[in-house]
Design a protein. Structure first.
Length: 75
């Protein structure tokens, strides 16, 4: 499966990911955390959004378009 990942305020890249399998064939599906690792982003510094809703980074990728929002800290 091909996924487009937009880092808001940054780059947009495409990834080929292993989709969740219907059966248990032993192949592990790609997670949102895997994509963040490829982008060299920490899950503690961003939120992953699918259709405007945040998704857990340990969830298998099941969307063809993902937005990554950098979180801002400060005081």
């Amino acid at each position: 499966m091909r996924v487009t990942v937009e880092v808001v305020g940054g780059e947009t890249r495409e990834f080929d990911v292993d989709a969740p399998a219907d059966g248990d064939d032993g192949e592990r599906a790609t997670t949102y955390a895997d994509i963040l690792a490829d982008l060299e982003l920490s899950p503690h510094e961003v939120s992953v959004m699918v259709d405007g809703t945040p998704v857990p980074e340990d969830q298998p990728v099941d969307a063809d378009y993902v937005r990554v929002l950098r979180l801002i800290q400060g005081g």
